[in-house]
Design a protein around this ligand. Sequence first.
Ligand SMILES: CC(C)(COP(=O)(O)OP(=O)(O)OC[C@H]1O[C@@H](n2cnc3c(N)ncnc32)[C@H](O)[C@@H]1OP(=O)(O)O)[C@@H](O)C(=O)NCCC(=O)NCCS
Length: 186
Amino acid sequence: MNRSCPADTILDRPPVRVRLRPTMQSDLDFVLTLEQDDANLPFITPWERTQHEAAIRFPDFRHFIVEGGPQLDAVGFLILVGCRSRHLSLELKRMVIQTKRQGYGRAALHLAKKIAFDDLGAHRLWLDVKGRNTRAAALYRAEGFVQEGVLRDAVKVADGFDSLAVMSMLRPEFDARRAAALELAA
Ligand SMILES: CC(C)(COP(=O)(O)OP(=O)(O)OC[C@H]1O[C@@H](n2cnc3c(N)ncnc32)[C@H](O)[C@@H]1OP(=O)(O)O)[C@@H](O)C(=O)NCCC(=O)NCCS
């Protein structure tokens, strides 16, 4: 069962209200449409509907709808994988936000980190990001993720190959950021 996160977060700049709730079957049209959007497709590897359906059910996954704005409408989704990892190593598998540069992505990432480290007991939260995805990489860097290395030419893209940068945050790093008031309170 997915667990919802009731926490709302207010960002410093500008104030943005964001909430995560478990994705339901009825959300999958929205999720699949977002994945197929030309604004997102170059930066992700879209899944079949059945993969999302499995991710909703499978206990190792947490599939969330990002709700934001004054009406808390669906503004995106994110997926955590490895929630039962014996190594306490969780992956932020995917995050897609529909209306960009409104602060939803940063706010959702704060919540994802809080869920990973506080609720799911992660020691390590990692992700990979395509070399051409400078927007997401800038966000992850600004949010304290450390680049571990680059998988060269790891993904085939329309005009050749792109690399994947592997980035992570460890629990002591998260704790230090929280002590510096850079993360949501426990
Ligand atoms: C990456 C993504 C999730 C970020 O969400 P978002 O809501 O647009 O991000 P925010 O508005 O919270 O912006 C946060 C930071 O992201 C970075 N950023 C956002 N848009 C940017 C742009 N066009 N160029 C450079 N940096 C950008 C900045 O660091 C920004 O911080 P700032 O507001 O201080 O400038 C979103 O753009 C998206 O869905 N992209 C397509 C799918 C994708 O790439 N997913 C991640 C795969 S690893």
